[in-house]
Design a protein around this ligand. Structure first.
Ligand code: CA2
Length: 139
């Protein structure tokens, strides 16, 4: 399951110098095509609301083998998302389009990193595809 957090629905419309020109719909299309190529099922979800993201992660328990998660700004603030990932017991890869470690200091810390398998940051939209390949190889 691919989960994207707040404001990522705006991708491709503003701030291309930071987040690139690819829209979220294009990222999801590419991932869907790659999933088909790799013979796995893939579901995409985006929400701007923390509680809805928590619910999506809770519902993934026992249903999906992996979560690819760009929690966007909630990465840096959300104990609720961290607790949901831990409780779901679904291996989760943390993804960021930008290199959060090379940006403002408030983006350097991830609340969810300790409960994720690993983190991909700074590789743009490609990061999602790399995460999917890793998930399929290691599930
Ligand atoms: O680099 C990433 O993928 C982030 O998760 C993106 C978040 C940011 O808060 C994280 O620190 C890093 C922000 C997503 C906002 O996306 C926009 C897209 C277009 C225009 C404005 C915002």
């Amino acid at each position: 399951m691919v989960i994207n957090g707040p404001n990522l629905n705006l991708l491709g419309t503003r701030k291309p110098e930071i987040y690139g020109q690819t829209t979220l719909a294009e990222i999801e299309q590419r991932l869907t095509a790659l999933a088909k190529e790799l013979s796995v099922e893939l579901v995409c979800y985006q929400s701007n609301h923390e509680g809805e993201l928590v619910t999506a992660i809770q519902k993934a328990r026992g249903v999906y083998d992996y979560i690819l998660l760009n929690a966007a700004a909630y990465t840096h603030t959300s104990v609720a998302l961290r607790d949901a990932i831990e409780a779901a017991e679904v291996p989760t890869i943390e993804i960021h389009l930008s290199n959060i470690h090379a940006r403002e200091t408030f983006r350097h810390h991830s609340m969810i990193a300790p409960v994720c398998v690993g983190q991909i940051a700074g590789l743009g939209a490609k990061g999602y595809e790399l995460a999917l390949r890793y998930a399929v190889e290691t599930v």
